[in-house]
Design a protein around this ligand. Sequence first.
Ligand SMILES: [Ca+2]
Ligand SMILES: [Ca+2]
Length: 172
Amino acid sequence: MQRLMLGFLVLAVVLAVCVGCGGGGGSAIPVATISGKVTLGGYKGDAATVPVVLELRKHGLSTTTATVNLDSAGYYSLGGVQYGTYDLAFKASHWLRRVLKDVVINGNVSGQDASLINGDIDGDNVVGKADYDILQLDWNTSAPRSDVNGDGLVDLIDFGYLMANWGKAGDP
Ligand SMILES: [Ca+2]
Ligand SMILES: [Ca+2]
């Protein structure tokens, strides 16, 4: 009888271990938090009001997209990122895309900083004529899409940023 009890006990332990290690088919990929600072070029407004779209392009695998909120100093943090090697693509409304390549995540990673170039009003990742056309339409208004420097008015200063960055393209 004791031997039978012992047998059940061993069986129970084996089952418990199996549930712990193999229940999900071994698919539990560890996750980490990435963080850094996004510099919104030429922006006088509050960075905390500008959502940044962060694409996590996992090499040879999927791409997931998250929207990160900056604090007023431009810092962000994103948790739940599966371990792996990624290209991190940052894009915000009227800024060009910036891609940080070959970022290895095998634990929490800080210092993933991106400096974004301003002036892409229509969001096609190039600063040029199409952006100028929209700026003209919004001239002397407070339209956020064309208020490139975030001072509340669409004027010569915003036009100046377009001129300064004219012809530039973001990372693909
Ligand atoms: Ca554009
Ligand atoms: Ca402005």
